[in-house]
Design a protein around this ligand. Structure first.
Ligand code: ZN
Length: 210
Protein backbone atom coordinates (compact mmCIF):
# COMPACT_ATOMS: atom_id res chain seq x y z
CA UNK A 1 0.00 0.00 0.00
CA UNK A 2 2.84 2.34 0.93
CA UNK A 3 4.52 1.74 -2.40
CA UNK A 4 1.31 2.36 -4.28
CA UNK A 5 0.69 5.57 -2.34
CA UNK A 6 4.16 7.00 -2.88
CA UNK A 7 4.25 6.09 -6.56
CA UNK A 8 0.88 7.83 -6.97
CA UNK A 9 2.24 10.99 -5.32
CA UNK A 10 5.33 10.81 -7.54
CA UNK A 11 3.16 10.55 -10.65
CA UNK A 12 1.18 13.59 -9.46
CA UNK A 13 4.42 15.54 -8.96
CA UNK A 14 5.54 14.86 -12.52
CA UNK A 15 2.25 16.17 -13.96
CA UNK A 16 2.51 19.29 -16.08
CA UNK A 17 0.33 22.34 -15.31
CA UNK A 18 -1.84 21.44 -18.30
CA UNK A 19 -2.30 17.87 -17.05
CA UNK A 20 -3.34 19.07 -13.61
CA UNK A 21 -6.28 20.87 -15.22
CA UNK A 22 -7.47 17.90 -17.25
CA UNK A 23 -7.95 15.22 -14.63
CA UNK A 24 -11.00 12.98 -14.69
CA UNK A 25 -12.45 10.70 -12.07
CA UNK A 26 -14.37 7.81 -13.62
CA UNK A 27 -17.06 6.52 -11.28
CA UNK A 28 -19.54 3.75 -11.89
CA UNK A 29 -23.00 3.99 -10.42
CA UNK A 30 -26.16 1.96 -10.40
CA UNK A 31 -29.38 1.14 -8.61
CA UNK A 32 -31.10 -1.95 -7.35
CA UNK A 33 -34.15 -2.86 -5.34
CA UNK A 34 -34.51 -5.33 -2.52
CA UNK A 35 -37.50 -6.87 -0.78
CA UNK A 36 -38.03 -8.24 2.68
CA UNK A 37 -41.11 -9.62 4.35
CA UNK A 38 -42.57 -7.71 7.27
CA UNK A 39 -42.02 -9.46 10.56
CA UNK A 40 -43.87 -9.12 13.85
CA UNK A 41 -42.89 -5.58 14.66
CA UNK A 42 -45.33 -3.00 13.34
CA UNK A 43 -44.77 0.63 12.60
CA UNK A 44 -46.54 3.22 14.75
CA UNK A 45 -48.15 4.47 11.58
CA UNK A 46 -49.85 1.52 9.86
CA UNK A 47 -49.31 2.91 6.36
CA UNK A 48 -45.50 2.94 6.80
CA UNK A 49 -43.59 0.01 5.35
CA UNK A 50 -39.96 -0.98 4.96
CA UNK A 51 -40.66 -4.07 2.87
CA UNK A 52 -39.13 -2.52 -0.27
CA UNK A 53 -35.83 -0.70 -0.51
CA UNK A 54 -34.49 0.96 -3.65
CA UNK A 55 -30.93 2.25 -3.55
CA UNK A 56 -28.45 3.99 -5.82
CA UNK A 57 -24.73 3.79 -5.11
CA UNK A 58 -21.43 4.69 -6.70
CA UNK A 59 -17.87 3.31 -6.78
CA UNK A 60 -14.85 5.37 -7.94
CA UNK A 61 -12.88 3.41 -10.56
CA UNK A 62 -10.05 5.46 -12.01
CA UNK A 63 -8.35 8.84 -11.74
CA UNK A 64 -6.80 9.78 -15.06
CA UNK A 65 -5.42 12.66 -17.06
CA UNK A 66 -7.26 13.25 -20.33
CA UNK A 67 -5.20 15.76 -22.29
CA UNK A 68 -7.07 16.02 -25.60
CA UNK A 69 -7.63 12.28 -25.75
CA UNK A 70 -4.15 11.37 -24.45
CA UNK A 71 -4.94 9.42 -21.32
CA UNK A 72 -2.65 8.66 -18.40
CA UNK A 73 -3.86 6.68 -15.39
CA UNK A 74 -2.92 8.15 -12.01
CA UNK A 75 -4.89 5.76 -9.85
CA UNK A 76 -7.01 2.72 -10.56
CA UNK A 77 -9.18 0.92 -8.04
CA UNK A 78 -7.68 -2.59 -7.93
CA UNK A 79 -10.87 -4.31 -6.69
CA UNK A 80 -13.81 -2.60 -8.47
CA UNK A 81 -16.32 -5.23 -7.34
CA UNK A 82 -15.47 -4.79 -3.67
CA UNK A 83 -18.06 -2.91 -1.58
CA UNK A 84 -15.28 -1.08 0.28
CA UNK A 85 -15.45 2.22 -1.65
CA UNK A 86 -19.13 1.83 -2.50
CA UNK A 87 -21.07 4.89 -1.36
CA UNK A 88 -24.85 5.37 -1.37
CA UNK A 89 -26.38 8.18 -3.45
CA UNK A 90 -29.99 7.73 -2.32
CA UNK A 91 -31.93 5.08 -0.40
CA UNK A 92 -35.73 4.99 -0.53
CA UNK A 93 -38.41 2.70 0.86
CA UNK A 94 -40.10 2.17 -2.48
CA UNK A 95 -40.89 -0.78 -4.75
CA UNK A 96 -38.61 -1.18 -7.81
CA UNK A 97 -40.82 -0.53 -10.83
CA UNK A 98 -40.10 0.68 -14.35
CA UNK A 99 -41.16 4.24 -13.52
CA UNK A 100 -39.17 4.33 -10.28
CA UNK A 101 -36.09 3.06 -12.16
CA UNK A 102 -36.40 5.63 -14.95
CA UNK A 103 -36.98 8.43 -12.44
CA UNK A 104 -33.89 7.35 -10.52
CA UNK A 105 -31.73 7.34 -13.68
CA UNK A 106 -33.00 10.83 -14.56
CA UNK A 107 -32.44 11.99 -10.95
CA UNK A 108 -28.81 10.82 -10.80
CA UNK A 109 -27.93 11.79 -14.37
CA UNK A 110 -29.32 15.31 -14.00
CA UNK A 111 -27.15 15.74 -10.89
CA UNK A 112 -24.14 14.25 -12.70
CA UNK A 113 -24.59 16.79 -15.53
CA UNK A 114 -24.49 19.65 -13.03
CA UNK A 115 -21.41 18.45 -11.15
CA UNK A 116 -18.66 21.06 -10.99
CA UNK A 117 -14.95 20.26 -11.09
CA UNK A 118 -13.39 19.33 -7.77
CA UNK A 119 -10.43 21.54 -6.91
CA UNK A 120 -7.75 20.02 -4.68
CA UNK A 121 -4.94 22.14 -3.34
CA UNK A 122 -1.67 20.19 -3.25
CA UNK A 123 1.93 21.16 -2.52
CA UNK A 124 2.63 21.33 -6.25
CA UNK A 125 -0.46 23.26 -7.32
CA UNK A 126 -4.22 22.92 -7.72
CA UNK A 127 -5.73 19.79 -9.31
CA UNK A 128 -8.96 20.18 -11.24
CA UNK A 129 -10.95 16.96 -11.44
CA UNK A 130 -13.91 16.48 -13.77
CA UNK A 131 -16.41 13.81 -12.69
CA UNK A 132 -17.65 11.23 -15.17
CA UNK A 133 -20.43 8.94 -13.97
CA UNK A 134 -21.04 5.69 -15.85
CA UNK A 135 -24.34 3.85 -15.24
CA UNK A 136 -22.72 0.41 -15.54
CA UNK A 137 -23.46 -1.01 -12.07
CA UNK A 138 -26.89 -2.27 -13.12
CA UNK A 139 -28.73 -5.55 -13.56
CA UNK A 140 -31.07 -6.73 -16.32
CA UNK A 141 -34.15 -5.30 -14.60
CA UNK A 142 -32.67 -1.80 -14.59
CA UNK A 143 -31.36 -1.64 -18.18
CA UNK A 144 -34.45 -3.36 -19.55
CA UNK A 145 -36.59 -0.69 -17.86
CA UNK A 146 -34.34 2.11 -19.11
CA UNK A 147 -34.31 0.87 -22.71
CA UNK A 148 -38.01 -0.11 -22.79
CA UNK A 149 -37.11 -3.78 -23.30
CA UNK A 150 -40.12 -5.74 -22.14
CA UNK A 151 -38.77 -9.30 -22.42
CA UNK A 152 -35.74 -10.53 -20.49
CA UNK A 153 -35.03 -12.89 -23.43
CA UNK A 154 -34.48 -9.91 -25.72
CA UNK A 155 -31.04 -8.25 -26.09
CA UNK A 156 -31.40 -4.62 -24.99
CA UNK A 157 -28.53 -3.53 -27.28
CA UNK A 158 -29.75 -4.81 -30.66
CA UNK A 159 -33.31 -5.91 -29.86
CA UNK A 160 -32.91 -9.51 -31.02
CA UNK A 161 -34.36 -12.38 -29.02
CA UNK A 162 -32.29 -15.39 -27.94
CA UNK A 163 -34.10 -17.46 -30.61
CA UNK A 164 -33.08 -15.05 -33.38
CA UNK A 165 -29.43 -15.26 -32.32
CA UNK A 166 -29.31 -18.78 -33.77
CA UNK A 167 -29.52 -17.28 -37.23
CA UNK A 168 -26.05 -15.80 -37.80
CA UNK A 169 -27.07 -13.77 -40.84
CA UNK A 170 -29.73 -11.88 -38.88
CA UNK A 171 -28.37 -8.57 -37.71
CA UNK A 172 -30.10 -5.62 -36.23
CA UNK A 173 -28.79 -2.11 -35.77
CA UNK A 174 -27.09 -1.52 -32.43
CA UNK A 175 -28.67 1.39 -30.62
CA UNK A 176 -25.59 3.39 -29.44
CA UNK A 177 -27.64 4.95 -26.60
CA UNK A 178 -27.84 1.52 -24.92
CA UNK A 179 -24.05 1.01 -24.82
CA UNK A 180 -23.70 3.34 -21.83
CA UNK A 181 -24.96 0.53 -19.58
CA UNK A 182 -21.99 -1.64 -20.55
CA UNK A 183 -22.03 -4.70 -22.77
CA UNK A 184 -24.91 -7.15 -22.50
CA UNK A 185 -23.65 -10.68 -21.83
CA UNK A 186 -26.17 -11.99 -24.32
CA UNK A 187 -25.01 -9.60 -27.03
CA UNK A 188 -21.24 -9.71 -26.34
CA UNK A 189 -20.76 -13.43 -25.78
CA UNK A 190 -22.80 -14.66 -28.71
CA UNK A 191 -21.30 -12.10 -31.07
CA UNK A 192 -17.82 -12.97 -29.73
CA UNK A 193 -18.22 -16.67 -30.44
CA UNK A 194 -19.67 -15.83 -33.83
CA UNK A 195 -16.47 -13.83 -34.53
CA UNK A 196 -14.25 -16.69 -33.33
CA UNK A 197 -16.14 -19.07 -35.60
CA UNK A 198 -15.62 -16.67 -38.50
CA UNK A 199 -11.87 -16.29 -37.78
CA UNK A 200 -11.34 -20.03 -37.44
CA UNK A 201 -13.18 -20.64 -40.68
CA UNK A 202 -11.21 -18.04 -42.66
CA UNK A 203 -7.86 -19.13 -41.20
CA UNK A 204 -8.71 -22.74 -42.10
CA UNK A 205 -9.49 -21.67 -45.67
CA UNK A 206 -6.26 -19.62 -45.89
CA UNK A 207 -4.20 -22.53 -44.60
CA UNK A 208 -5.73 -24.89 -47.10
CA UNK A 209 -5.27 -22.48 -49.97
CA UNK A 210 -8.87 -22.05 -51.07
ZN1 ZN B 1 -27.65 -7.79 -29.11
Amino acid sequence: MEDEGSSRIRSLETCTEEEKKTMELLTKWGSDGSQQSQFKQNFENNTDSDSNIFQSSLVPLRLQINNNGQKKTIWQYPVPSSPRYCRPIRIRFIHETKDVTNNEIEYVESQARNLTKTEILTATGILYITHILLPTMVDAKIYNAATNTTSTMRCYICGLTSKEFNCLSRRKEVNPETLRFGLSILHARIRLFESLLHISRTSYLLKNGS
